[in-house]
Design a protein around this ligand. Structure first.
Ligand code: ATP
Ligand code: MG
Length: 422
């Protein structure tokens, strides 16, 4: 028979002890976000396809090539390829825009993109994302970058921060003309996708991963030389605020971000420890998106971190020694003709008392002999051992043995007392 227990390519199982690395990382990120005043939100894994087409943008790789789309009975749905569209949809729909502004939210989600599977590039992956809604000032941009920086440096991941400004619609309209003029003579040499971007969104050609396109655009004019006065001032202020905060960055006019709805500040944190897929965090301002989605015109910005790439970076620097908590007490107990079923019942009540205080306690679930139970306790590295046999049940006294030092301590066979003794 064909083996059905086979994982699909592009998807990963996360197993212990790695799950503990993930948990610790996710908790750390949540704690930092909360210290900046962000609250967690959760939203569905799928939305109407139209939401992503409108918000992520028709000219993006995500919409053109990478969406997982399924036909439902009433509509066509897409598994979220990123978090901003769904998060902002939820913010608009649930009236969060009527709350005190700015509103800060974060999320930890799975996301789906149908792309070439490689190290750090999966079909199903995970993101930590944050969105700051209702603030246009450069302080908001600096704060978002500073939060991402705190998370990455707090995790001990070395990255380079690249920032750019993609201006407003007006700056881009003028810049596109200059850029098209530069690209026109080489238009036919561009890849198919980029040729189709020439009219609608030529800036995205700078973001193309093909070697040919990269070479052809190496000396292209840059948007930062074509910003309007307001956008130039905003960008300069963001830079000053980052300088003040001691955050090192590089202005990189090639950072245009993959998504259509960005305006002004865009940024990426890049790690050099994890190979070609080095961008661990990408973000930026998207002042036009909320209005585009049918809400009131509201400035906003956000970022998303790729969890798989972060964990790869953590592993590359050896920072992943998280372990499972392990068993604090294994209770050796077996029912017999003499004890009836009181030995395992007592084991269960002792274990329950320990668990209430956050200790891990286990006892036999497989009707095993004492010898086999002992073997199991060793295998799971139980820290302490308690035997509940006939005499313990008779006298109400028991002995707790340390599995490493072999030290023994006597106490009453009572949950509270055992908790104090271990
Ligand atoms: P890339 O240029 O690497 O394709 P992107 O611009 O498409 O990235 P974003 O949409 O900005 O990526 O997503 C934010 C982050 O999510 C990325 O920086 C990356 O860490 C992670 N990410 C994106 N796509 C994938 C994927 N297919 N598999 C794993 N992680 C991903
Ligand atoms: Mg991509």
């Amino acid at each position: 028979m064909e083996l059905v227990a086979t994982r699909n390519k592009g998807a990963e199982d996360i197993l212990p002890p790695d799950t503990y690395v993930w948990q610790n990382t996710e908790r750390f990120m949540a704690r930092i976000a909360e210290s900046y005043g962000f609250d967690e939100i959760r939203f569905p894994t799928f939305e109407k396809t139209e939401l992503f087409v409108r918000s992520v943008g028709e000219t993006t790789d995500v919409v053109q090539k990478e969406m997982w789309t399924v036909k439902g009975r009433e509509s066509t749905y897409t598994l979220r390829p990123e978090g901003t569209a769904g998060a902002i949809r939820a913010v608009i729909q649930n009236g969060l825009l009527n709350e005190a502004m700015p509103r800060k939210i974060y999320y930890q989600i799975s996301a789906f993109r149908h792309e070439n599977v490689q190290k750090g590039r999966l079909w199903e992956f995970h993101q930590f994302g944050a969105e700051l809604v209702g603030a246009a000032a450069p302080q908001a941009d600096a704060q978002m970058i500073s939060m991402a920086n705190d998370i990455l440096s707090g995790l001990g991941i070395g990255t380079e921060l690249h920032i750019n400004s993609v201006g407003c619609r007006e700056c881009r309209r003028k810049y596109y003309e200059v850029l098209r003029e530069f690209l026109l003579p080489v238009k036919d040499k561009l890849c198919d996708t980029c040729r189709s971007r020439f009219d609608k969104n030529p800036m995205r050609i700078l973001d193309c991963k093909s070697e040919v396109c990269r070479e052809l655009t190496a000396n292209a004019p840059v948007i930062t030389d074509h910003l309007c006065e307001d956008c130039a001032k905003h960008f300069a202020q963001v830079g000053e605020l980052l300088d003040e905060a001691g955050i090192v960055y590089k202005v990189d006019p090639k950072i245009v971000r993959g998504l259509d709805y960005y305006s002004r500040t865009v940024f990426e944190f890049i790690s050099s420890d994890i190979g070609a897929q080095g961008t661990v965090c990408g973000g930026g301002r998207y002042d036009g998106l909320i209005e585009e989605m049918g809400g009131p015109a509201t400035p906003a910005l956000g970022f998303a971190m790729g969890m798989e790439r972060l964990i790869l970076a953590l592993k590359a620097k050896g920072g992943t020694d998280a372990k499972a908590k392990g068993c604090d007490l294994y209770i050796l107990a077996a029912d017999s003709e003499r004890t009836g079923n009181s030995a395992l019942k007592t084991a269960a009540s002792v274990a329950a008392a320990l668990r209430k205080s956050g200790k891990t306690a286990e006892y036999d679930l497989c009707s095993r002999s004492f010898k086999a139970q002992m073997k199991y306790a060793n295998k799971i590295n139980a820290a302490k051992l308690l035997v509940i046999g006939e005499s313990e049940l008779e006298t109400g006294e028991c002995v707790i043995k340390d599995m490493v030092s072999h030290e023994q301590r006597q106490c009453r066979l009572d949950g509270e007392e055992i908790l104090r003794t271990i």
